[in-house]
Design a protein around this ligand. Structure first.
Ligand SMILES: [Zn+2]
Length: 649
């Protein structure tokens, strides 16, 4: 534990103005410094730093805090590392409480110093070695990139470091892995005639080197072995350099090689990194998941790439939380990220990312490959292949979704039975959810929100479909016809449909995804929807709406034809439900879903023998919620009827 007193003293000593100014140049106005906020996008400065109060505050996005908070947020560092960093900048050493359970190795700071000095040496040797420079320039790296990654060169020869370090440093050089002891008590440099890539920890300190041959020696890379400051299996190359982009873009791209990470970074994918050594390990993924909820794995399209992808999937399943996702991107055969961005531009890579397979799809694809799921034996083989993966899935949401998709793929109707086959009882959706309920979905319906299907209202004929559609299909129909509704009800959809229990809800999320998906120019349907004229200008509105529908259809078709989507949009065209009515219809459906959920919870409570005091209270509050919901449903039905009467008048 870092001593509390130390933190107080550190904050007194550090001047937040300087701390921020070093990273975001401030303009002095009065007592405060001003800049465009580094935490949200803006054109005029609303980010201020107060010397008096020693805090920063953004009037635009509300970010607020002291110097440590600023470093944590700006550098994407956990608290202890931010404190270390600030202390380093103030030239003081962090004081840890005596109670500390882990042993601080006093050698450690000295080892990182040694590495720092070695890196400076390698960097200078690079700058005066034309062969090394030519080699790297031929690979298209710019000076800026070389500087960012601190790329250096270790000249040929066995005793170069002796000219830089004193004999007193010998033990540290050995401990840092820079020199080795040979026969007869002599010492020699470990890295010779290689390009030097520093490996930094998340604080930016150099803890190891990865050295690449320029003359085709084997192995292509040699790395520092394990040292007191470096454990090879745990480090991710490029993570320090990538940390800000990871935070900004809310994703990380994991590639197979260090050179790929550097090339991608230069091409605008600053959030790229690569595992050190050959294969990705759980330690790597764990570390990445602490920084972002969205991991994109990029693999070569060959057999080795497929194998690596399977491994990554295997590692992710026990680690991913409900809100986290992993996506698998496969490069065309013969391409690596480097060649792809060079030959086809960064847009091509971004496009591949947008077409990447979510983990669930990849799991189904990889476990059913080569099987004919219409054959009984192959179905069995499919389930057997998928079973170990399903069993190790941590996220219940993901697991249920996977079981659902496996059922669909193999043509099983009973997902509960399938869940039991994999060793899980499907959890009934009746987790008690008492009073906070009203803050949930229906609160999001917002001002005059509307929606839906007519469950119990008397039929008024013409505009209603001849056969009842399932609620999900009505939602799908409305969202395809008016994509803006999908956005308005996104919160409710996520809350109520994510479990997939109500039918093909993945289609709904697919529609949402397509609406938000950006093309190569950064345009999306989302932006087109923002520019729509008012629905009162019926003619213009309808013609613009139609354009948007067409684009949405095209985007959806790109993933292959889907019968639900097809029939829902056809039905939409036939019914031509006006926007206001479609909105009411949608709202009505979500109200009904909520109502039924609450009712189910209430009934579940009654199934036991006697209720505890707590359960009785819960029962009462559920009853209250349902009364409220019933009222809301009646109101919505009334509005729907009014609308219908008005329309048919
Ligand atoms: Zn801001």
């Amino acid at each position: 534990m870092i001593s509390q007193t130390f933190i107080r003293e550190l904050l007194e000593r550090a001047d937040i103005y300087e701390v921020v100014n070093r990273r975001v140049p401030l303009q002095s106005k009065g007592a405060n410094g001003w800049a465009c906020c580094p935490f949200h996008n803006e054109k005029s400065p609303s980010f201020s730093v107060s010397r008096d109060k020693q805090i920063f505050h953004c009037f635009g996005c509300g970010e607020h805090g002291n110097a440590i908070g600023f470093i944590m947020k700006y550098e994407n560092l956990p608290f202890p590392d931010a404190v270390e960093k600030l202390a380093q900048e103030c030239g003081v050493k962090v004081v840890y409480d005596g109670k500390s359970t882990f042993n601080r190795n006093p050698e450690k700071p000295r080892l990182t110093d040694i590495m720092e000095r070695a890196q400076k040496y390698y960097r200078n040797r690079f700058l005066d070695n034309s062969a090394a420079q030519k080699y790297i320039k031929d690979r298209g790296l710019t000076d800026e990139t070389l500087e960012k990654f601190g790329i250096g060169f270790a000249p040929d020869g066995w005793h170069n470091l002796d000219s830089v370090f004193s004999p007193d440093d010998r033990k540290l050089l050995i401990d840092a892995g820079l020199q080795r002891e040979g026969n007869g008590g002599s010492f020699y440099d470990f890295f010779r005639n290689r390009l030097m890539f520093p490996i930094r920890n998340i604080r930016g300190q150099i803890i190891a080197f990865s050295a690449r041959t320029m003359i085709g020696e084997e192995p292509k890379y040699i790395n520092t072995g394990d040292t007191p400051i470096f454990t090879k299996g745990k480090e991710v190359f490029g993570l320090y350099e990538a940390r800000r982009s990871i935070q900004e873009k809310k994703r990380v791209i994991v590639v197979e090689g260090q050179m790929d990470a550097i090339q991608l970074s230069q091409a605008g994918f600053g959030e790229s990194c690569a595992p050190l050594g050959t294969a990705i390990r759980s330690e790597h993924v764990e570390r990445l998941l602490k920084m972002t909820d969205h991991i994109i794995f990029s693999f070569d399209g060959d057999t080795a790439g497929r194998k690596a992808a399977l491994r990554a999937m295997d590692i992710c399943l026990p680690l991913l939380e409900d809100a986290q996702k992993a996506v698998f991107v496969f490069l065309p055969e013969g391409e690596d990220p480097d060649s792809l961005v060079k030959n086809q531009g960064p847009e091509a890579f971004e496009k591949l990312i947008s077409q990447g397979l979510p983990l669930s799809s990849y799991l189904i694809e990889s476990t059913s490959r080569g099987l004919d799921l219409s054959i009984l034996e192959d179905k069995g083989a499919f389930l057997d292949a998928a079973a170990p993966y399903i069993r190790k899935t941590k996220s219940v949401l993901l697991r249920d979704g996977l079981i659902e998709r496996i059922a669909t793929a193999a043509g099983y109707k009973d997902t509960d039975q399938l869940a039991r086959y994999f060793g899980f009882e499907k959890v009934a959706p009746i987790a008690p959810r008492p009073s906070g309920f009203r803050n949930g979905a229906s609160a999001r319906f917002g001002k005059g929100g509307f929606g839906a299907r007519r469950f119990n209202t008397p039929s008024s004929g013409k505009t209603l479909p001849p056969k009842p559609e399932t609620p999900i299909l009505v939602l799908l129909r409305n969202f395809l016809r008016y994509p803006q509704l999908a956005l308005e009800f996104e919160g409710a959809a996520t809350e109520h449909l994510s479990s997939g229990e109500l039918g093909p809800s993945d289609k709904i999320f697919k529609v949402l995804q397509k609406i938000c998906q950006e093309d190569d120019n950064g345009d999306s349907l989302l932006s087109s929807l923002g520019g729509l004229p008012s629905p009162s200008e019926e003619e213009v509105f309808e013609s613009e709406m139609e354009k948007i529908r067409n684009i949405l259809q095209t985007l959806l078709l790109a993933d292959g034809e889907d019968k639900d989507i097809k029939s829902a949009s056809e039905r939409g065209r036939t019914l031509r439900t006006p926007l206001s009515l479609a909105r009411l219809e949608t709202k009505r459906i979500f109200l009904q879903i909520e109502f039924e959920k609450v009712e189910q919870q209430r009934k579940a409570l009654c199934s036991g023998n006697s209720l505890t005091q707590e359960q009785r209270q819960l029962f009462q509050s559920l009853l209250g919620v349902n009364k409220q919901l019933s009222q809301e449903i009646r109101d919505t039905d009334r509005k729907i009827n009014e609308e219908l009467t008005f329309r048919t008048r």
